[in-house]
Write a protein that binds this ligand. Sequence first.
Ligand code: CA
Ligand code: CA
Length: 490
Amino acid sequence: MRMKMLSVLVTLGLAAMSAQAVVTDKMIESDAKSTGDVLSWGVGTEGQRYSPLKQVNANTIARLTPAWSFSFGGEKQRGQESQPVIHNGKMFVTGSYSRIFALDAATGKKLWKYEHRLPEGIMPCCDVINRGAALYGNLVIFATLDAQLVALNQDTGEVEWKEKIDDYAAGYSASAAPVIANGLLLTGVSGGEFGVVGRVEARNPKTGAMVWSRPTVEGHMGYKYDDKGNKTENGISGTTGKSWPGDLWKTGGAATWLGGTYNAKTGLAYFGTGNPAPWNSHLRKGDNLYSCSTVAIDVKTGQIVWHYQGTPNDGWDFDGVNEFVTYDDGGKILGGKADRNGFFYVIDAKNGHLENAFPFVKKITWATGIDLKTGRPNMVPENRPGDPTASSDGKKGNAIFSAPSFLGGKNQMPMAYSPDTKLFYVPANEWGMEIWNEPITYKKGAAYLGAGFTIKTINDDYIGAMRAIDPKTGKIVWESKNNAPLWVVC
Ligand code: CA
Ligand code: CA
């Protein structure tokens, strides 16, 4: 009963703010501190997902009751991975199949909905989900499964602008929430399983006009755009041919499918990148930059300032897309990342220096640890799936057991950081896989893996474990086990 009163009070607080102005850069920069709104994915562009509100705590949470519920509806009900954003008493939440709903945050009443008209033949690799929208001015902006961006009027749901990111028939799609960084709308791309070229794009959030693009596969040219839309070269990412053999960089993957975070103090946006394509690593000897990495981009110039690669020459689909969450460590800005490969990395957010790295899951087979001097993993060569060309029929390489599985020590479900406890809260999963490689060649619009797999459990009693992790010591301070995976889908 008391918690119902609390929810009414929160409701009144939102209603009282209904005369508030449109969403500004300043409001977005202080989103983590302002408790009357949620303006960005990650509850603040740093991605900490921390609230300074005190009403809900360990003593009161058991009495929390739902104020309302809302169904996304119909036979289209599928995976739900969206984080809502809230402004002026309105909640904007995306659903499956590129739909977005505006709700009255106090009552749950639907104000409007937009259903994106999707063409036949879209290729979302892993369910038809969406992870959320960005707010800017009077617009709410989200990405679609046919690789477009749509900006709608927050009040009416009218389309204000619509822009194509890339060709869905070549395997491109988009499902991450855009991030607003210093007045720019930043987005990534999905499609690493189809040999797309990963990149980050910056647009004018008011018009959708391109400002710069930065590829996350070494060898590709970045561009910048003037007010008239004229495009000029802005430097190649890395050095063509350096970390990729032959032409494989042209279909290199490294999709930025989980979007990014931004820290206004460093002026850098942090995007994780997915697997290099194809999965069969024997076809692409080398580090395959900037796959399975964190890439820090200066939002003013569109240049990569630093990168850190968790899994060089990935052979296990250890997408390094996981969110890079920045925090203040006694005046120094650090970032934490729980990588799909099972290791947690602590990195200086300004210059990319590796401060600490440790496992956050209990079984890791592909590497014995991370060398803090070189920043590179100590790999276990025999735990890489074998080369099919070395097998007797040339069709299937040696199968090996790998932990984590490609589903990861952590996947897309976000972690949180508390500046009070100085701990990260990581939804981890303990599972493994049998994985083998097969021959593969690139074909536009077709899956580009060259691998097969079977997921395996490791423990009888649990898969998921919510873990409180100290980034300084690498210790798991506490954990809460769960027999199912910690995954907010289906
Ligand atoms: Ca806020
Ligand atoms: Ca992948």
